[in-house]
Structures are given as C-alpha cells and as structure tokens.
Design a protein around this ligand. Structure first.
Ligand SMILES: *Cc1c(COP(=O)(O)O)cnc(C)c1O
Length: 371
C-alpha cells in the first residue's frame, strides 16, 4: 500500500541540475546550499546525491554538525555563523567554515588563542541589510581578523544579492560593484588570493558578473526556477520532488451546495466533487486559491473550497468517472510547483521546505507505482 500522501524524490535530477550549474559557472567552485533539510528534500539524502560538489552551505551550526557526523568530509560553510562561544567550539571541533558578519563574533575570535584553526567567510552587507559588515568598515574588520590566531588565512569574502531574480533591476550591478571595489583595495599587492562568493541561483543564471571563485546555488539544484516569471522546466532544470496523494471520496453535489469550512465555495452547477487526502497538515498551502490546478489521473482539475488540515476538495468536472483510490498529483514534473506557488501567493521555496513529517518520502529508484 502506498501511503495517502507521499513525495517522490527523483535524485537523478539533482545530478542533471548540478550539470546545469556547471554550464552557467564553468570556472567557479560550487557550494551547494542544502539548508532547511535540503530545502525539504532531506539533508543527508541531498548531500549524498550531490557529493561531487566542491562544498556545501547550511544555515546553522547543527546542520553542519549533522553533515560531518554523517561522514561528509569536504568544505561546509555555516551561513549564519555563530552567536556564542559554545557554537564557535562546535565549528572548530567539526571544522565547519563560519560566516563572520558581526562585531560580537570578531570579539569572540579575539578572545581565543588556540593552536587549531578554522576557515571563515567574512561577509559584506552590500545592500541586503540583513547580515554583514558595511563596505566602509569591512577593511578594518578584516585587519582585526587577520591577527586572530584561530583563523585560517587567507580569509574568504562573501556577500548576498537581494534582487538577483529581477533582471531589469539596477540593485544587483551596484551590489557587485561595491563588493568588488571594496575587496580590490584590501590586499592589492599580496601573492595570495582571498576567495570570493557572490551568486545564489538567480545570480548564477542572470548575472555573469556575479560568478566568482565560488557560487552558491540552492533552489536551482532542486530543479526549481529562482525567477517569478519562469519554471525550472523553462530553464532546462528537472524537479527532484513531486507530491502525491489519492482520491478518498467522490460525490455529486447540486447547484447551490456549499463546500468546506465557511462554505467558501458554492456550486454554480451540479458538480462531481472529489476529496483528496492531503492538506495543510502535509504542507499543501492553506492559501491555495479556488482554481489551483490538481492532477487527477494525470488530468488537470481545479481546487474548490478551503484547504483543510487533511483534505482538499476538487471539481472533478472532466474526470467525473474518477473513483476513490485514483492517483492525484499536487506538484511535480507535469505540474510545476512554481505554478502552485503563484496560485497560493507564495514562492516555490516555501512549498518544498514546508512538506511535513507526515508525508512519506519515496526515492524514485525504489518507487513502485500501484495503479
Ligand atoms: C539560501 C542562500 C543561498 C541559495 O539561494 P537560492 O536562491 O536558493 O539559490 C545562497 N546564499 C545564501 C547566503 C543563502 O542564504
């Protein structure tokens, strides 16, 4: 028996998407971003599927520790760095790279004088106004860190793009220029090179000037477009995840009947209603609008009524012969998660990250379709 709600992960797609990254950034090293449980796909599963990359990036210390304990030996950068001595100890012990973005972190480094060293990424805030040092203070912070015995030299430099998904926007070139101009002044005569990293997925695809020593693809590795106006398929990417369930009831409603909580949908005509065993308790978006497409037996039908915790309702319309047990796809290769995100006023990142524990994960190679 297949479970009611399950996600099929096609891990071969990860390799395909990685090749796409290499095509865009042939001269850059690749740091695959696998934070938030590999964007909901499973941290260790994705690390394994992408083990040929040059390094990984995660958001938090515990994510990096999990990777190390699972035997991942390469470079692992922790994008939020650390906030206390205990976290720094973990970074050092597990040899995780810290992103350094605050003066508190610099002070903690200056208080340490052990033999063992660790690599860091000094972060410049070029306009995102989230983490990082402003350009005017960047060099003085760099000088302080250069004297810390715990820090492995040369120090790496990193920044993050705020608007890279907007191809007509002037922010990205300004951010890149500020970053490049600032670091060009720092070690103009040295014989070593501070390695740099700027680009996320949107930067990799849309902004050649953002390609530097290291690129940091996240969403595109999962086969999803970083741009609001396109899908992964448009970009030649393949989605790793598809989300499935099945019909559990089919019924005939009369014109005027109301469907679901608050009776938010009123049948305008006699309707064959299908009830699907998936809801926001599985991570299906609560705010998916009426009309959001759902595939029943591979055919598109519209969502009607409110999404509830365990179920959604669809107008079977053209699929009026459908019966309980028939397969349903919520997103995947034939129904872009980007389209569902638009119907729910969100971005596809939140949908794949939001799959809950209840959803059974099936790796495609082991998947036996019961139809
Ligand atoms: C999440 C993240 C990325 C990856 O972004 P995508 O849009 O998923 O490619 C890269 N860099 C930083 C600092 C991030 O937080």
């Amino acid at each position: 028996m297949t479970p009611a709600a399950y996600a099929v992960l096609n891990l071969e797609a990860a390799q395909h998407n990685l090749q796409k990254v290499r095509g865009y950034a042939p001269d850059s090293k690749i740091m695959a971003v696998i934070k938030a449980n590999g964007y909901g796909h499973g941290l260790l599963r994705i690390a394994d599927a992408l083990k040929s990359v040059d390094g990984f990036a995660v958001a938090r210390v515990d994510e990096g520790v999990r990777l190390r304990r699972a035997g991942i030996n390469g470079r692992i950068a922790v994008l939020e760095g650390f906030t206390c001595t205990e976290e720094l100890n973990e970074l050092l012990l597990y040899q995780l790279d810290a992103v350094v973005h605050s003066i508190q972190q610099v002070e903690i480094f200056e208080s340490r004088n052990e033999q063992q060293q660790m690599a860091i990424w000094l972060k410049m805030d070029t306009g995102m106004n989230r983490l990082g040092f402003k350009a005017y203070e960047f060099e003085s912070v760099y000088r302080r860190l250069k004297h810390c015995s715990i820090i492995c030299q040369p120090i790496n430099f990193i920044t993050h793009l705020a608007n890279a998904d907007e191809k007509q926007d002037g922010t990205t070139p300004k951010q890149i220029q500020l970053f490049n101009n600032t670091i060009a002044r720092i070690e103009p005569n040295s014989d070593f090179k501070n390695e740099c990293s700027i680009a996320n997925s949107a930067g990799i695809i849309a902004w050649k000037e953002a390609l530097s020593d290291w690129v940091r693809p996240g969403i595109m590795l999962y086969g999803i477009s970083p741009f609001p106006e396109s899908t992964g398929k448009d970009l030649g990417l393949k989605p790793i995840m598809s989300l499935h369930s099945r019909l559990i009831a089919v019924k005939s409603l009369a014109k005027g009947d109301k469907v679901g909580y608050s009776g938010s949908w009123t049948c305008k005509k006699p309707t064959t209603l299908g009830v699907v065993a998936i809801g926001y308790g599985d991570g299906y978006p609560r705010y998916a609008k009426a009309g959001t497409p759902v595939l029943v037996n591979g055919q598109r039908v519209p969502l009607i009524g409110r999404v509830s915790m365990d179920m959604i309702t669809v107008d079977l319309g053209s699929q009026a012969q459908a019966k309980p047990g028939d397969p349903v796809t919520l997103w995947g290769e034939d129904l872009a998660v980007e389209e569902i995100a638009r119907c729910a006023d969100t971005i596809p990142y939140t949908l794949v990250c939001g799959i809950t524990q209840r959803v059974q994960i099936v790796e495609k190679s082991t998947h036996v379709d019961e139809q």
